[in-house]
Design a protein around this ligand. Structure first.
Ligand code: PLP
Length: 406
């Protein structure tokens, strides 16, 4: 059977049916036709490359599936009320991730700012307008977080005007909690570096009636992480849309308690007079995020994993044939959970540094970006590659390493 997408593609090549495609009004027939192909990357002289590195913001994250792009294009062709689409799509997303409520944000980072802002102000519009100036307002001003979890992204929390109070032990938490404590924030990707694990963190918050939050920005797969922390009792959970879920890079999810999400919405467009006015997502990101999430949840994750393993093994087996090269595959347990290949070599036998190999691959045709390099190693992941690119990457790495043989 033809998939809906394939069917639409076929139908749109029949001009007379163009107006019916995807249920679009006839007046939009012209826009429904494929636009003339324009190579904007070429026009601007922008280098594109095979991504053998991973879901990195500075490399523009991930590539969206056609269903997601279709949803974005579809959404772009009608007007609707921004609040109505956030209400309705948010309610559906909440069901899918086991939270009371959810909203599409402009990434995990803004989700952290907005979630905390909602906790600080509740539904008090006067307070909403005061952020980030908390002094003398009666609003709480402190967020507790473990030392190992206090990374650069916590700037999302201090954007509200709050400061971070760093702790290490459960005893520290009990001492740090006071009438100014707004939130206890947890960072999943560094969970094993802290002394307090998820359940204990939530229990400590419950004991003292302090809301808890968790940043799982880069932490699917496994897909269960989408609901695991909502089920565990965190008051809000944030995740990036444009990493492994391959939604819009400018989107993410804020999931959590209804009262928090409702209050967070007061800090978001379409409303002004708030710190979140610049964190805008429109119907395109909202539909795109929703379809990416749905697709991700319904994906055959075992099959995807096997493909990642196969493609990683292909690269590994190809480059290993060069004398002096050794490889290992590691799966980061908490975030960026995907087979990650390290290719190392004996510097006495292959005269090339990791940085030089990275640069040679970057300058080659096609250009390739690989992951973090050491003095005589590089990293490769296959999850952001298009089908077949693993062969090109394997061949190019082998070529450059072979050239470097003494
Ligand atoms: C990527 C990332 C963020 C930021 O997420 P965006 O969706 O880009 O806003 C926050 N925290 C962690 C741990 C991340 O990896």
């Amino acid at each position: 059977m033809l998939s809906r997408r394939k069917l639409i593609k076929r139908l749109s090549s029949v001009p007379i049916l163009g107006g019916l495609v995807g249920g679009l009004p006839l007046s939009l027939e012209a826009e429904a036709k494929p636009a003339p192909k324009r190579d904007l990357f070429k026009e601007f002289g922008i280098r594109t490359f095979i991504n053998a590195a991973g879901t990195l913001t500075y490399m523009t994250g991930s590539l969206m599936h056609d269903e997601v792009l279709d949803a974005i294009n579809y959404g772009a062709k009608e007007f609707c009320l921004l609040d109505e689409i956030q209400d309705k799509v948010g309610a559906k997303i909440a069901q899918m991730v086991h939270s009371e409520a959810a909203v599409v944000t402009s990434g995990a980072f803004s989700g952290m700012t907005l979630g905390l802002a909602g906790i600080l102000t509740g539904m008090d519009q006067k307070k909403v307008e005061m952020l980030p100036h908390l002094a003398g307002t009666g609003m709480k001003t402190e967020v507790i977080c473990q030392k190992a979890h206090d990374i650069v992204y916590n700037h999302a929390l201090t954007n509200t005007g709050c400061k971070i109070v760093v702790v290490e032990t459960a005893e520290d938490v009990e001492k740090a909690i006071n009438e100014k404590t707004a939130l206890m924030h947890f960072l999943h990707i560094e969970a094993d570096k802290g002394k307090i694990m998820h359940e204990e963190w939530v229990a400590l918050g419950k004991k003292h009636n302090i809301p808890t939050s968790i940043d799982i920005a880069a932490d699917v797969p496994p897909v269960e992480n989408l609901w695991k922390f909502n089920d565990m009792g965190f008051h809000f959970v944030v995740i990036s849309g444009g990493k492994a879920m391959r939604g819009p890079q400018s989107a993410g999810l804020l999931m959590g308690k209804k009262s928090i999400i409702e209050a967070a919405r007061l800090h978001m467009p379409p409303r002004g007079f708030n710190i979140g006015r610049g964190m805008k997502v429109n119907k395109e990101e909202i539909f795109g995020m929703y379809v990416a999430l749905e697709r991700f949840i319904n994906e055959d994750h075992d099959k995807v994993w096997r493909l990642w393993e196969e493609n990683t093994a292909y690269v590994e087996n190809t480059v290993k044939t060069v004398n002096g090269v050794t490889t290992s595959v590691h799966v980061p347990p908490l975030g960026n959970h995907t087979p990650t290949l390290r290719i190392s070599w004996d510097p006495a036998r292959l005269r090339i540094t990791g940085k030089d190999l990275q640069e040679a691959l970057r300058k080659g045709d096609p250009s390739i970006e690989v992951g973090g390099s050491g003095p005589s190693n590089i990293g490769v992941t296959v999850w952001m590659m298009k089908p077949g690119q693993e062969k090109i990457v394997a061949r190019r790495i082998k070529e450059e390493l072979t050239k470097a043989a003494v």
